[in-house]
Design a protein around this ligand. Structure first.
Ligand code: GDD
Length: 342
């Protein structure tokens, strides 16, 4: 069989880097789209010598068309997004331009090029689209997004389904619940916590400030999820799949597990924005609440039901929540003190 070619948008992010590594190891020719930035961060992909990089922008339809026309990828993984839910409340228009119109531009390019099964699109849909819909959530759950990020992702989700039905394109949605790794950006809560706990251990800071400790998330491991994304595009017919662990933990649980790794037990006292987390032995305040970190509307509980992916793809996550926390902590215990001392 001839070598396959893939194009990954958003290749410099956690998922892009994990997927590029995975596909290169599978023998793919992998092209990655990165956006122009005055301060580029390519740290996650620096080791991937075989990755072919291109400048691109999800708000530029001509650019997207030319990339598809030149590269002619067998598989496109659209991972590029304005990915921070809280920030999307500040920049709703540009979030919609990137997260909703961006995938539409890819679909339009595919439609114009007349590709059907020859070019397959994976769209990174998100459990944030479920918003306030009661858990557990699966492919049949009614979407109730409650952030500009979620509404934009939902537009893209339906565009994928519409272009599939209307023009016979091979386009599939992976509805992924939260997935983390040591490559996760520090603006997301898991990595924010593991970085801060390791800095506290190294004596570089005293405490961490967080928002809603009671939000529940279904946290899996990014490597498992990118393998699932690839499996979604290997099916004969395009379809939509939830990828999740089926287990949910609070932000508070994550905090307690991360501190436990450095031998600290957290005792909570106070309520609401007055709540504090203290070191059980020393009484030091290690966790405080910052009201600025609360979102105007919050997704309270995400618990995914990935039974369709298990049944059809044979997919199931391998890494447990405890192993995820341990892995992220182990990486940051090595990295964090060095970064700050340098
Ligand atoms: N980021 C952040 N920072 N979140 C906090 C904080 C904080 O200081 N304190 C509490 N949280 C809570 C948020 O309110 C949210 O309920 C939860 O921690 C998780 O927040 P994030 O890690 O920012 O992730 P997310 O769930 O909003 O979104 C992620 O998962 C989606 C899939 O469900 C992102 O990766 C999205 O791009 C992705 O689509």
């Amino acid at each position: 069989m001839s070598q396959k070619t893939a194009l990954i948008t958003g290749v410099t992010g956690q998922d892009g880097a994990v997927l590029a590594d995975f596909l290169i190891k599978k023998g793919y020719v992998v092209h990655g789209m990165r956006d122009y930035s005055a301060v580029p961060d390519q740290s996650r992909i620096a080791h991937l010598e075989d990755l072919k990089l291109h400048y691109g922008d999800m708000t530029d339809g001509g650019n997207i068309y030319r990339l598809l026309e030149t590269i002619k990828p067998d598989e496109i993984y659209n991972l590029a997004a304005m990915s921070h839910v809280h920030v999307s409340f500040d920049v709703p228009e540009s979030t919609a331009n990137i997260n909703a119109m961006g995938p539409l531009r890819i679909l339009e390019a595919m439609r114009t090029m007349g590709v059907q099964n020859d070019m397959r699109l994976y769209q990174a849909s998100s459990s944030e689209m479920f918003g306030r819909a009661p858990a557990p959530q699966n492919e049949d759950t009614k979407f109730e997004p409650c952030s500009p990020y979620g509404t934009a992702k939902l537009y893209a989700y339906w565009s994928v389904r519409n272009y599939r039905d209307a023009y016979g394109l091979y386009a599939a949605n992976g509805i992924l619940f939260n997935h983390e790794s040591p490559l996760r950006g520090e603006e997301f809560v898991t990595r924010k916590i593991t970085c801060a706990v390791c800095e506290i251990e190294a004596g570089l800071r005293q405490k961490i400030k967080l928002g809603n400790l009671n939000a529940m998330r279904d946290w899996g491991y990014a490597q498992d999820y990118m393998e699932g994304a690839w499996q979604i595009l290997q099916q004969d017919r395009p379809d939509d799949y939830v990828l999740a662990t089926g287990k949910s933990y609070t932000v508070r649980d994550f905090v307690e597990r991360a501190f436990a790794v450095i031998g600290k037990q957290i005792i909570w006292d106070g309520e609401g924005i007055q709540e504090q987390g203290r070191d059980k032995i020393t009484g030091d305040i290690l966790v405080e609440i910052d009201p600025a970190l609360f979102r105007p509307t919050e997704v309270h509980a995400l618990i995914g039901d990935a039974s369709k992916a298990k049944r059809i793809l044979g997919w199931q996550p391998k890494i447990s929540f405890d192993d995820l926390v341990a892995d992220m902590m182990q990486a940051d215990r090595i990295m964090k003190p060095q970064i700050n001392v340098a």
